[in-house]
Design a protein. Structure first.
Lengths: 51, 135
């Protein structure tokens, strides 16, 4: 998932969904967009099976 | 009555980057290769459409500033990308169609430095699929 950094490609902070054919790596390298890491899942420990 | 398009606020994007404020001219070519289909019995040559032959040429001011012309083009040389051109910033319509060149190849980046003038660069994107959207 990508997020807009430069107003030249959209509203900064909003998600960037590249259209088919867009060179995403070029946008990343030049700082127009950034990668947004998916939110980490809350770690849950499984309860031991009750016997 | 003759009509023409008055370019008051055209929109130009390269690889989804809006370079309208750096662009002074855009030439859009959408066409097909003309294949000779002349055969015995014909009294004149005739052609039929072959593959699409599209091209967009942009005249741009040259800038090394962040997120400007150089930053946009430097990683595109030798690769393909999308280029869009629309006559005005108004909504896309039949009278204000959006041309999209999908998969246009940028062969070179050639800035021109001239004393006493703003530096410029001509970027030509060749090949790819060209479509006009009216909505």
């Amino acid at each position: 998932m990508y997020v807009v950094v430069s107003p030249r490609v959209g509203t900064p902070g909003e998600p960037f969904e590249p259209a088919e054919g867009v060179n995403v790596q070029a946008l990343l390298d030049a700082g127009f967009i950034a990668e947004k890491n998916a939110p980490k899942r809350a770690r849950t420990e499984q309860e031991p099976d009750k016997e | 009555m003759a009509t023409s398009t008055y370019l008051s606020s055209p929109i130009v994007t390269v690889n989804a980057v809006d370079l309208s404020d750096q662009c002074t001219a855009a030439t859009v070519k959408k066409g097909f290769a003309a294949l000779d289909a002349t055969a015995f019995g014909d009294t004149a040559t005739k052609q039929t459409a072959g593959l699409q032959e599209n091209e967009v040429t942009l005249e741009l001011f040259w800038s090394f500033a962040a997120t400007e012309t150089y930053a946009t083009l430097k990683n595109l040389v030798g690769s393909t990308t999308n280029v869009t051109v629309k006559a005005t910033s108004a909504a896309t319509s039949a009278t204000n169609p959006l041309f999209t060149l999908t998969g246009g190849f940028l062969a070179e980046m050639s800035p021109v430095y001239t004393v006493g003038e703003l530096s410029t660069c001509t970027a030509t994107f060749t090949g790819g699929t060209g479509t006009y959207a009216e909505s």
